[in-house]
Design a protein around this ligand. Structure first.
Ligand code: MN
Length: 129
């Protein structure tokens, strides 16, 4: 991959199996991965670590993904970070609701590996330009 620096990805997921699967996939591609299990941890880490990309589940404890996205997009320190929802909420209207909350993109669960990396790579290219 033609990376000039290692991209840092914040992964937010309360389901441990899903978290470990995504962490493994991203580790194998050489990304630096940091993880959070709740929306509250996500907000704290996004502010402290300035990741290049946030991949976030929507149904999360403490602060849900929609609320966390709105808060990140309202904060001048974090509003530039691309936010991708990773979710099993795939009913009509769910995509729209995620985009309205501030997400820049959407990945459906269960994860299709090629689509997953397609969205990750595209979002990182945008975040660098
Ligand atoms: Mn969840």
């Amino acid at each position: 991959m033609p990376e000039t620096k290692t991209s840092k990805i914040l992964l937010v997921e309360d389901n441990l199996d899903n978290l470990e699967l995504m962490r493994l996939l991203l580790d194998q591609k050489g990304y630096a991965v940091i993880t959070a299990r709740t929306g509250k941890q996500c907000l704290k880490l996004a502010r402290a670590e300035s990741p290049d990309l946030v991949l976030m589940d929507l149904s999360l404890p403490e602060v849900d993904g929609w609320t966390a996205a709105s808060e990140l997009k309202a904060d001048p320190h974090t509003q530039h970070i691309p936010l991708i929802a990773v979710t099993a909420h795939t009913l009509p209207g769910d995509r729209k609701r995620a985009l309205e909350a501030g997400f820049d993109g959407y990945i459906s669960k269960p994860i299709n590996v090629d689509l997953f990396f397609g969205v990750v790579e595209k979002s990182l290219r945008k975040s660098r330009t």
